[in-house]
Design a protein around this ligand. Structure first.
Ligand SMILES: [Zn+2]
Length: 248
């Protein structure tokens, strides 16, 4: 509904809060003094993976309330929006992200998620890292999920086999986004499912191809064949989409 009939890529609509969300998704604006023990403990688990301690995270959430965030990170958000639009250009209109929602809830710290055509991005990505390359990686990973959704049944089946093989050979670490530069250290969980493997691989082949290639030099030749099949699947999806962005 946000696109016109000429299929010109319109800038994604930006919302500053999770409008119309149920309370279970955590719309409330956190007050660090009232933060529950469970959340603080949860953040503690991340501590070795993020550049600041738990206390500082709470402080940052307090400092960057939605209004302050909006004025401080206006240009960064605008650049993220432009990047989302550039990623949209290769997709058919129904698959594009048309809303970027900045999630200010502490509960969704470090989270990015796509629901329908909306991309939810935790405000913490901005004030914690202040690095557009990290945001680019997070968004590319989410677009990887969109591309996975468009995989034909046969290739989805092939991906299932690749995922099982990488699992058997304990090779998921090669596709964990967080192991690579310019990615949040807690990013990526390819061991969870073929979908997650595809999204992580999509991000790494798009954004960290050289670094990934360097690591693959040390992989057993037999396993390398499986990884090449994964790369072929990812690149095939990109090519297919780019050749018919208006839909099949
Ligand atoms: Zn994912």
């Amino acid at each position: 509904m946000f696109f016109n009939r000429l299929d010109i890529v319109l800038p994604v609509l930006l919302v500053w809060q999770l409008l119309g969300c149920s309370s279970s998704t955590g719309v409330q604006h956190p007050n660090p003094r009232n933060t529950s023990v469970a959340i603080v403990e949860g953040l503690g688990l991340f501590e070795s993976l993020i550049p600041v301690g738990t206390d500082s995270i709470l402080e940052l959430y307090r400092k960057f309330d939605p209004t302050t965030f909006q004025s401080v990170y206006k240009s960064e958000v605008s650049r993220v929006r432009e990047f989302v639009d550039s990623m949209n250009a290769s997709l058919d209109p129904s698959s594009r992200i048309n809303t970027l929602a900045i999630d200010h809830s502490l509960e969704n710290f470090g989270n990015a998620a796509r629901v329908g055509n909306t991309l939810y991005l935790s405000s913490s990505y901005f004030f914690l890292f202040n690095n557009l390359s990290i945001l680019r990686s997070v968004i590319t990973h989410e677009f990887g999920h969109i591309y996975y959704g468009k995989l034909p049944a046969g290739q989805r089946h092939e991906l299932d086999g690749i995922w099982a093989e990488l699992k058997d050979h304990a090779l998921f670490y090669l596709f964990r986004d967080g192991e690579y530069s310019e990615n949040a250290k807690f990013g990526g969980h390819p061991y969870d499912s073929p979908t997650e493997l595809f999204a992580s691989a999509f991000n790494l082949f798009m954004n960290r191809a050289e670094e990934l290639k360097a690591r693959l030099q040390y992989v057993d030749r037999q396993d390398y064949v499986c990884i090449e099949r994964l790369e072929a699947l990812v690149r095939m999806q990109v090519t297919r989409s780019q050749s018919s962005p208006q839909g099949d």
